[in-house]
Design a protein around this ligand. Sequence first.
Ligand code: DQQ
Length: 585
Amino acid sequence: MGRTNSCCWTAWLAVVLVHWCLCVRERNGVVVEASHVVYESLQSVPASVVDSKLRTGYHFQPPKHWINDPNGPMYYNGLYHLFYQYNPSGSVWGNIVWAHSVSTDLINWVALEPAIYPSKPFDIKGCWSGSATILPGNRPVILYTGLDPRERQVQNIAYPKNLSDPYLREWVKPDFNPVIAPDDGVNGSAFRDPTTAWRGPSGHWKLVVGSKWNKRGKAILYRSRDFVHWVKAKHSLHSARDTGMWECPDFYPVALKGTRGLDTSVYGHGVKYVLKISLDITRYEYYTVGKYYHDKDKYVPDATSADDNTGLRYDYGNFYASKTFFDGKKQRRILWGWANESDTSDVDKAKGWAGIQMIPRTILLDSSGRQLVQWPIEEIESLRGKHVVVEHKRIPSGGFFEVTGIDSSQVCADVEVSFDVSGLEKAEDFDPSWATDAEALCGRKTADVKGGVGPFGVLVLASANMEEKTAVFFRVFKAYHKHVVLMCHDPTRSSLRAGLYKPTFAGFVDVDIAKTGKISLRTLIDSSVVESFGAKGKTCITSRVYPSLAIGEDAHLFVFNNGSTDVKVSELNAWEMKKPLMNGA
Ligand code: DQQ
C-alpha cells in the first residue's frame, strides 16, 4: 500500500510524479526535515500542454500559485475563516505563509492579506500548519508551527490585532513566542502542526503536536492553565510503532447518536473520540474511533479501529493534511482537506497554480459506531443549476448509457445515483488476503476487467468515444460468511497525455448489500477533480485527472455495468454546478 517516496534532490531530474516526499537535508549543520519537495531547478514545459479549462470551477482555489494544508479553519462572529499554506511567489511548495479568506457560506470566498508570515526569530524560516481555538469570552487564537533560524520546529501563538475588525485581518505574534519548544525528548525537526485545544474537567487546556521518535509516530500532549505556558505531559496522548511522522493530528469528540457535531471541549456520556493523523510515509490520512480518559489523558482506539496504516481513512485517494472545526452556526463538525495535483511539477509551474481545497464535508459518527460518515456541506447544493433525472433504468451485463441534458458539458457537475443490486450468487469469490489492500485489488480489477456483480458505476470526464474516462465504481465479492463491497476510482484511462500520475484508489464499504440490495454513489466532478462518496459517505475517494480530449463541452458522463448480472439505476440525479465567487480566494 501507499506510494514510494523518492529522494528530493534527484526528483527534478526525472518527470516528477510524486510532489511530496520527506526531505532530509543538512543546513547550517542542522538536519532539517520538510514534508514537501523543495525544487532546486525545474524543466520547462510549454504552457500549451495545459488547458485552462482544467482549472476547477467550484473547489476552493486562489487565482495562482501553490497551496497546501488548510489551516485554522474557524467560525467566528458570522464569518467562516479559512487559512491555508500558500506560496505567494510560485506554484511549487516554498516561502510558505498563512493565506486568509473569509466567507459567509463556505462556498463564496473573499481573499484577505496573509494572516501570518515569517517575520520574527521564532518563525523566520517558515510558518507551517496549525489550528484555531476560540477562548472563553469569544477570543480566537491561533497556534502554528514556526521554523526558527536553525530550522527547529517550534509552536507559536498569534492573536487578532483588533477584535472589532469583523474580518480579523491582522494577527499579532507576541515576542514571548515560542510557547512550546522541543525539549530533550523531542525531535525538533519532526515536531509540528498543533491541534485545536480542548478543555477537560480539570480546567486545563490541552493540545497535541505531531511528532515521531525513531519510527514511532506520536501525538505529544501539552497542558496549560493560561494558554501561554504549556507543559509537556509525561505520556503522549497516543503513539504507534513503525508509523513514522504524524503530521496534522486532529482530535475531537463525536456524538454516539444524532446529527449534531460537537465542540472540541465537549465531554461526557454519549461521546466518543476520533484521532486522525496524516502519515507522511504513505501520504494518506488514517483515523481511529476510541475512548478518551480525561483524568489520565489517555486515548485508546476501539478494537474495531485498526491502529496502523491498514486502518480507516477519511478518503482513500488524493486528500491530505486535513483539519476539522466546530461550526457553532449550524452545530456541525466540518472537515477540510487538501488535494495536490497529480501532474508533473513542471506542468504545475507552466499553468501557474497547484493544489486545491476539497469541498468541506460534514462529519458524523456512523450509526454502527465503527466509523465516520462524511457528506458535502449542504451549502454546496446552492450551486446546483440545470438538473436531469433518470429513473428505473436497467443496465444489462456489459451495457452503458450516457447521461445527457446538462449542457455546458459535464465538467462541473454533482451526480447522485442509486443502484439496485441483485444476482449476488454471481459475485466473485473474495480472497481473504485482499482484505488489507483494497488499493491493490482495485489496481488488478480495474473497470475494464469483467466481474460477477460489478464493476458498475459512472464514467466521468469521458470523451465521446471513451478513449478517455475516469471510472468510479463498485464491485461486490462473496466472502466466506458475507459479501464484501469494494469502491474504486480507476483513472488509468483518464487522459491520453503521457507522464501523468494515475493511481487507482480504493476502499471497502461497510454495507450489508445482501440485506439492502442497494448502494448509492455521489460524485462531484470539477474539471480536474473527481470526489466521490459511496453509500452516503461511508467510503470517500478523491482523484485529480487531466483529460486531453474530455475537456469543456467535450466531456461526457456515462453509467456502466461490466458485471455479468444486470444492475438497475433506481434513480439518478445530475446537476450542472454554477461557479461561486472566489474573489481572489
Ligand atoms: N505541511 C506543512 C507542515 C505539515 C505538512 C508545511 C503537511 O506543517 O506537516 O507546509 O502537508
